[in-house]
Structures are given as structure tokens and as C-alpha cells.
Design a protein around this ligand. Structure first.
Ligand code: MN
Length: 387
């Protein structure tokens, strides 16, 4: 049996200020376009089954433009497939906090052949294919430790669908890491994983399809990595990763401002931006160890030009830090001892606790109803009390 496995489409994601000629946020349009491409490519492969493993929508209440188009495209695909099975499980982004609220995915459940799992852990049967599909949507993670996660020996094909992060997958803290022991098992014909935005095979029969566009909280770490979906054959246990075209995302080589004059820094900014085609791309340029006088010497015209050329040009300035983190006795006994300006062995400035918190909170995947800026500020308030 052949399966097209799509995940983390994040329809309704918006970023930056660029609008399309029809007044739609450009990134919202991009994300929708990626979904359209993924469906089109999947359709060409004529899979027996399509799986979408969560975060089809970026939010609990997605914008109407994305919602209407998602419905339209899925309906069209299902019409062409004569209503062949398609399973969607809910991810954390589209799952309402309150259990009384209905998940928006239920709307798509009215399209012929589409089945939605948006509550707790649930077994679906696809009689035409002899499939037993055990679905673990975001809400199912709460009861996971007390549920038997087992294939059905009577089913011809056993599938496990999960929206969650397996333990050890990322160095960052995860709200509810999923035990590998519970999930990974060779007896499943396929384990379709969602929530992690990078295409990653974790076992011969278990794969994160990754996202179809750059929509995570730290897109810079994903820059240069392909986006797409997985085509899996349960008979041969072989798979193919099919790429989906996306908006270009570039994380340019950082500039070290130490021992550079402002004109030299400007020259490096220009050279790095010209090292590839940043036209309509999403671009980050980091500059480390910048001094205030260098900062005021940055070429405003050059930066305006780059910002106009790219869809989003983000100049990420990391200022040179004063000696505030240097151990006191060092500073008192010999002003020249130790490291200059609080730099450690590698020359990277040490972060204060507040800076560490901000770095961490900027990347941490938050529940959809938590405002990132508010959370960061609250943490800063608490930490400044201690300091
Ligand atoms: Mn996601």
C-alpha cells in the first residue's frame, strides 16, 4: 500500500509586512501555495491513502482566506481520488485549549473520504484497505502513558499517527516529550510523525515528514534544508521524500565586527547580500561584537535597498558587551587579567541570565494561546527582581 504523508502545513501562518496584489499577507499565500503543490504532487503519485499528521492550520481560528482555500483544494483532490481515504489528525496549533470548543478540522471531515481525529487517542478503520490507524492527535498526548499503543493483529495494515516530539529529537526543552519506547515498534507497518518541522527518519518504519514551508519559531535553523512530504510503501518499507518549492530562506554568514571600521562592515554586508540572489527572499544577517560607534556608521541607504529587495531582510545586531559579567575579584586585582569585556575562551560574550532567558523564550514552541512577547517580558520582570 502506498501512502502520501504530509505534515505541519501551518495554513494561516502570517509573517512580515509584504502583501500580495490581492491584499493577502505574502507568507500566508506562500504557505497555501506549498500545500497546493504538496497535494498536486501527492495526487500524481496516486497513493492509496493520504495522511496529514497535524498542524494543517497554524491557529485555532485560521484566517478565512486560508480556510476557504484549504477546503476548496482538499475537496478538489478528493473528487479526483473518488473519495479515497485521507486521515487528518489535529496538531497543537489547531487544537483549542478548552475541550468544549470544536476543532476547525471538523469542517474538513465533511469532504468525501476525509476522516479527522481531533480528540483523544482513537482507532480508525479503513475497511476498503484493511487498515487499522491508531491516531494520537495533540490532545491524545495527555493520556498516552496510560493507553495501550499496539497494532491490531487482525488488520492487514497497521498505522500509527502521532503529532508530538519524540524525546531526544531536539536539544531544546519540549513541553511533553514522547517516549520512544512507547511509539517506535517494528510491528507497525508505518509510523507517520508530525510536529517536528524537519524531514527526519527516526526508524526504518518511522518518519517525520517535516513542514511544507518555513513556519517554525526559528526558521534560521531550517535554512537550506528541504521542505516537502513523504511517499511510503508499506509493502517494501521504502520511502521517497518529495520536495515542495518554498520561499527562499537564507541565513547569511555572520560578520564579526571586531577590528572592522564601519565602512568595512558595510562592505561585508553588501558582499554577503550579493553572494546569492536575495530578491524576494527571507534573509538574516547577523553581526557580532558591534560597538555603538560602528552601529551609527551602518549605511542606511544600503540597508533600505536590501530591505526593499528582499521579502524580509533582518539585520540581527549583537552588541559588544561591557565587562559586567567579569568576576569581581579579577576586575579589582588586575584590570587586565581574565578575558576582555566578559568574553569567554571562544571570544563569544557570556550571556546574562536575562539574555539567556530571552534567547530561550524566543525559540521555545509555545502553546498557541500564549503571547510570546508577554511571556518574555514576564520572565524578564521576575529575573530583574532577583538581580
Ligand atoms: Mn507544527
Amino acid at each position: 500500500m502506498r501512502i502520501a504523508h504530509i505534515s505541519d502545513v501551518h495554513l494561516g501562518y502570517r509573517a512580515y509586512s509584504r502583501l500580495t496584489s490581492r491584499g493577502i499577507n505574502q507568507r500566508e499565500q506562500d504557505v497555501l501555495q506549498a500545500f497546493r503543490h504538496a497535494l498536486q504532487l501527492a495526487l500524481e503519485q496516486q497513493p492509496d491513502l493520504i495522511l496529514i499528521t497535524g498542524d494543517l492550520f497554524h491557529s485555532v481560528r485560521p484566517p478565512n482566506f486560508s480556510l476557504v482555500n484549504a477546503y476548496r483544494w482538499l475537496s478538489k483532490v478528493q473528487q479526483e481520488r473518488n473519495g479515497a481515504p485521507l486521515i487528518i489528525i489535529a496538531g497543537n496549533h489547531e487544537t483549542p485549549r478548552s475541550t468544549e470548543s470544536i476543532c476547525i478540522l471538523r469542517l474538513l471531515g465533511h469532504i468525501p473520504g476525509v476522516q479527522v481525529a481531533d480528540g483523544g487517542i482513537e482507532s480508525l478503520r479503513l475497511d476498503t484497505l484493511g487498515v487499522h490507524a491508531l491516531c494520537i492527535p495533540a490532545r491524545g498526548l495527555y493520556t498516552l502513558p496510560t493507553t495501550r499503543i499496539e497494532p491490531d493483529p487482525k488488520a492487514k495494515v497497521n498505522l500509527l499517527l502521532l503529532h508530538g516530539i519524540l524525546e531526544g529529537l531536539t536539544p531544546y526543552a519540549v513541553e511533553r516529550p514522547v517516549s520512544r519506547q512507547l511509539i517506535l515498534n517494528d510491528d507497525w507497518d508505518y509510523i507517520a510523525l508530525g510536529d517536528w518541522h524537519l524531514y527526519t527518519q527516526v526508524a526504518p518504519n518511522a518518519i517525520y515528514a517535516g513542514a511544507t514551508e518555513f513556519t517554525s519559531t526559528n526558521i534560521w535553523e531550517e535554512a537550506g534544508k528541504p521542505k516537502g512530504f513523504v511517499l511510503y510503501d508499506t509493502d517494501t518499507r521504502q520511502h521517497q521524500f518529495l520536495k515542495v518549492p518554498t520561499r527562499a530562506v537564507y541565513d547569511l554568514l555572520p560578520i564579526d565586527a571586531r577590528e572592522l571600521t564601519a565602512p568595512e562592515i558595510n562592505e561585508q554586508i553588501r558582499a554577503r547580500a550579493e553572494s546569492l540572489d536575495i530578491t524576494n527572499a527571507v534573509v538574516r544577517q547577523r553581526i557580532y561584537h558591534l560597538m555603538p560607534e560602528q552601529r551609527s556608521g551602518l549605511d542606511g541607504n544600503l540597508l533600505r535597498e536590501l530591505r526593499a529587495r528582499a521579502l524580509h531582510y533582518y539585520l540581527d545586531l549583537r552588541m559588544y558587551r561591557e565587562a559586567r559579567t567579569m568576576p569581581k575579584q579579577n576586575a579589582l586585582s588586575d584590570p587586565n587579567a581574565g578575558n576582555p569585556a566578559g568574553a569567554d575562551e571562544e571570544g563569544e560574550p557570556r550571556l546574562t541570565l536575562i539574555e539567556e532567558w530571552c534567547e530561550f523564550a524566543r525559540r521555545y514552541e509555545l502553546p498557541p494561546d500564549v503571547e510570546r512577547d508577554e511571556l518574555i517580558n514576564l520572565g524578564v520582570q521576575y529575573l530583574s527582581k532577583i538581580e
